[in-house]
Design a protein around this ligand. Structure first.
Ligand SMILES: Cc1ncc(COP(=O)(O)O)c(C=O)c1O
Length: 404
């Protein structure tokens, strides 16, 4: 089949109705194992799946076991790869399963990883906790770190640069092309957590990253009804990761992968609407007397150095806002408890708006000093903007800010 545009592929790839009794939508293959026609066929599937032999051009393959792959994971992966302009994608059972499989694949005792800060609390805990205990050196850097300083930090044992851009929860922006130059000059990989902007607004592989990672629990899943993760990259880059996913048993279940493939059909529509709502809300918050600061990429001024980086690497500001209410933690809690339409919950990227308190929730395991140095303050609210009527969202924020 000729290659089509990514929006066409995101509703059509990975499923051919005529191969499934005419079923327009893909069936869910709720099975742990697949029956081979012959022993010879089973032998061949194992040889190729476990890398003992290469597949011949045009050779047809079936499935072995759902911990490895299933028709539902492969449908989701083909659609995700099309959106990220990647050769390939791997679906995991959570964002953290994807991230830990990436770290376990590339990091060894003695190797160094430089990571952008702030970063999702779970990722920071993994690097500063388990991986540091295992002898990995994990060093954070902030968005004002210039290329020369990053090169100095890289030293001789750099294995990976890991960026989360824009960062959770402050929307700090990190230069993907610059990080790719530094990583590749050290023969290291660049991995980018692209959860916040999604491939709709940012495609890190086109900017030189080797891996683009998502918590697909967020915008890609989009309905707050699944947990999943994705890693996109070239076939070559994903080969070892794929084997480790098999070994660790981190593959998404068929039902999850089915939900994800379904969601990808509408990701552009949802993200565009959410971003439009977020841009209006950010402008409202920016002018509110009870709000000390607002972080949304639509508000970056031309004199802000982050604006030039954002403009060259992304085509939209996304739908995540964080803002600081006056009155510190107490003010933030009064605000959160007063919301009525917007739910108080962690996670993000769903159709409904959610607000949470990074200081005591998603970043609770990060030390107070570190949080403050990253701009995560006790009064900071993280706001994931949904697809509701924006006037209703503004009214809810307005009344909750009155209480704060
Ligand atoms: C930016 C980012 N990356 C990764 C994760 C982890 O993903 P998951 O919760 O799907 O394991 C999260 C979760 O909030 C996140 O916000």
């Amino acid at each position: 089949m000729d290659q089509k545009g990514p929006d066409t592929e995101s509703v059509s790839l990975g499923h051919e109705p005529s191969e499934h009794l005419g079923s327009l939508k893909p069936p869910i293959y709720e099975t742990s194992t697949f029956v081979f026609d012959t022993a010879e066929q089973g032998k061949r599937f194992f040889e190729v799946t476990y890398g003992l032999d290469d597949a011949q051009p045009g050779e047809d393959f079936g499935y072995i076991y759902s911990r490895l792959d299933s028709p539902n994971t492969q449908a989701a992966e083909s659609r995700l790869a099309a959106l990220e302009s990647a050769e390939s994608a791997l679906v995991f059972n959570s964002g953290m399963a994807a991230i830990s499989t990436v770290f376990l694949t590339y990091l060894r005792p003695g190797s160094k990883v430089l990571y952008s800060a702030p970063i999702y609390g779970g990722t920071s805990k993994l690097l500063e906790g388990l991986f540091t205990e295992m002898g990995v050196t994990a060093a954070p850097f902030t968005s004002d770190t210039v290329e020369q300083s990053l090169r100095q930090m890289a030293g001789s044992d750099l294995a990976m640069i890991y960026l989360e851009t824009p960062a959770n929860p402050t929307n700090d922006v990190f230069d993907i092309e610059m990080a790719a130059r530094v990583a590749h000059d050290h023969e290291a990989v660049l991995a980018v957590d692209n959860t916040f902007l999604t491939p709709i607004w940012q495609r890190p592989l086109e900017l030189g990253a080797d891996l683009s990672i998502h918590s697909a629990t967020k915008y890609l899943g989009g309905h707050s009804d699944l947990t999943a993760g994705v890693v996109c990259g070239s076939e070559q880059e994903l080969a070892e990761l794929r084997h480790n996913r098999y070994r660790f048993g981190a593959t998404a279940q068929p039902q999850t992968a089915w939900l994800l493939a379904r969601s990808i059909e509408t990701v552009r529509l949802r993200v565009e609407r959410q971003t439009q709502n977020a841009t209006e809300l950010a402008a409202f918050l920016d002018s509110h007397p009870k709000v000390a600061a607002v972080n949304h990429l639509s508000l970056l001024g031309d004199s802000d150095p982050r604006q030039a980086i954002h403009a060259k690497q992304a085509s939209g500001p996304g739908a995540m806002i964080s803002f600081e209410v006056v009155g510190g933690e107490e003010g933030a809690f009064r605000f959160l408890n007063a919301m009525s339409l917007v739910h108080l919950a962690v996670s993000l990227g769903g159709t409904e708006s959610l607000a949470s308190h990074p200081w005591t929730m998603s970043h609770s395991t990060v030390s107070p000093d570190e949080k403050l140095s990253m701009g995560v303050k006790p009064g900071l609210i993280r706001f994931s903007v949904g697809i509701e009527d924006v006037a209703d969202l503004i009214a809810d924020l307005d009344q909750a800010l009155d209480v704060a």
